[in-house]
Design a protein around this ligand. Structure first.
Ligand SMILES: *Cc1c(COP(=O)(O)O)cnc(C)c1O
Length: 397
């Protein structure tokens, strides 16, 4: 039974189905098994093994087979040379930052990012390890250029950004980074590789939470870093093995399974979210809708140029209403669930109130509390009807 490989001569959907899978050589099963072992038999003389080497068949913190199958698939889907899969999106982000940055280095990051990026870069690495940070609205290229210093090592952006859906121009920022000897990492969680592939646009690293679209079923956590092998070897040795954020083989297997339908799910997420965004624009009690698929969105042109297949399933919107009305509105919903996370099969909504610690970094319209809505793959009629009846109950139609 030969090892099957699926290179770029195959389409995205074919690779989502096949890459990383193979016939199991022991049983002939057409799906590779889950290997729930944390240690492997040593060779006759183990004395000259490198206990800190990455790879399978030593110790699962150094790498296991299910992790490697998933890495193979994600490197292919993101168009990168190599991939490291870790226990969560945050493990991937911290793994990247801790391996790349040293005290005295400068990092620029976008004003809208996942909260842990803000805490890692602007609090932990800055205060404990003297990494210099500048927070920039990276939708403004002049602001990015102006923030570069001689010691800038890394620019980290998130596009679309969580939770305001701000769009940054990956290709242009990659150029700015490279002209100044810096690297660019892009959090691709909101788009997923079906809609956007930062490495193909010039980024050095894609980082993402697999917990969201790639797994897609809301039942496992994981994170990935995709990029050049020369950097990933270092990240693997320093962050996977020594920081220890290893993914469980079972979770890697679940994510591998979920990722098979990524293109199918994304098509439905893209479609449903655009329809919901257009519907919300017609509701009197809605104060604003932020979705890059809307022509009225500030970043629409850039998003349309760098997102190949659609604009993702997440949008944010506000109500012309007080704090309590927001909570009552959510309590009326029956199809849409009130919960954090996003990119699940089911629709999830979260009320982000007025007290967010990063409020000052958000555009004005986000200051009075707003909803982040991850539009699921349910029937669009049911999602819109669920919203409609909740608006109606609060007199917002
Ligand atoms: C959720 C999320 C993360 C963190 O991922 P976890 O798997 O929850 O650790 C990082 N970036 C973005 C944009 C996210 O939405």
């Amino acid at each position: 039974m030969s090892k099957r490989t699926y290179g770029n001569e195959f389409g995205f959907q074919t690779r989502a189905v096949h890459t990383g899978n193979d016939v199991d050589s022991e049983t002939g099963a057409i799906k590779r098994p889950i290997t729930m072992a944390n240690s492997y038999e040593l060779p006759y003389d183990p004395s000259d093994l490198n206990w800190s080497s990455a790879g399978k068949n030593l110790y699962t913190r150094n790498g296991g087979s299910n992790q490697q199958y998933l890495q193979e698939k994600l490197a292919s889907l993101e168009g990168g040379e190599d991939c490291i899969v870790l226990a969560s999106g945050v493990a991937a982000l911290s793994g990247l930052f801790f391996a790349l940055l040293e005290s005295g280095d400068h990092v620029i990051f976008s004003s809208v990012t996942y909260i842990a990026v803000y805490r890692l870069l602007n609090e932990l690495l800055k205060n404990k390890f003297h990494v210099e940070t500048t927070i920039v609205d990276t939708s403004d290229l002049d602001a990015v250029r102006a923030a570069v210093r001689p010691n800038t090592k890394l620019i980290h952006i998130e596009t679309p950004g969580n939770p305001t859906l701000t769009i940054s121009d990956i290709r242009a920022i990659a150029e700015i980074a490279h002209q100044n000897g810096a690297l660019l990492s892009v959090d691709n969680t909101f788009a997923s590789p079906y809609n956007q592939r930062p490495i193909e646009l010039g980024a050095d690293f894609t980082v993402e939470s697999l917990t969201k679209y790639i797994n897609g079923h809301g039942d496992a956590m994981g994170g990935a870093i995709i990029g050049k092998k020369e950097y990933l070897d270092v990240i693997r040795a320093q962050s996977q093995i020594n920081l220890g954020g290893t993914i469980s083989p079972f979770n890697a297997w679940l994510i591998m399974r979920g990722s098979v339908t990524l293109p199918l799910r994304m098509r439905q997420h893209n479609d449903n979210a655009l329809k919901v965004a257009r519907y919300l624009q017609t509701v009197k009690g809605v104060s604003f809708v932020a979705y890059p698929g809307l022509e009225s969105h500030k970043g629409h042109a850039v998003a349309a140029a760098q997102m190949n297949n659609g604009f993702g399933g997440v949008l944010s919107f506000g109500l012309k209403a007080d704090h309590d009305t927001h909570n009552r509105f959510v309590s009326h919903l029956r199809v849409i669930t009130s919960a954090v996370s996003l990119g699940h099969d089911e629709s999830l909504i979260v009320f982000l109130g007025e007290n967010d610690e990063r409020q000052y970094l958000y555009p004005e319209e986000f200051h009075n509390g707003f909803f982040r809505f991850s539009v699921g793959i349910e029937d669009i009629e049911d999602i819109i009807e669920d919203l409609r009846q909740a608006f109606d109950k609060e007199g917002l139609l």
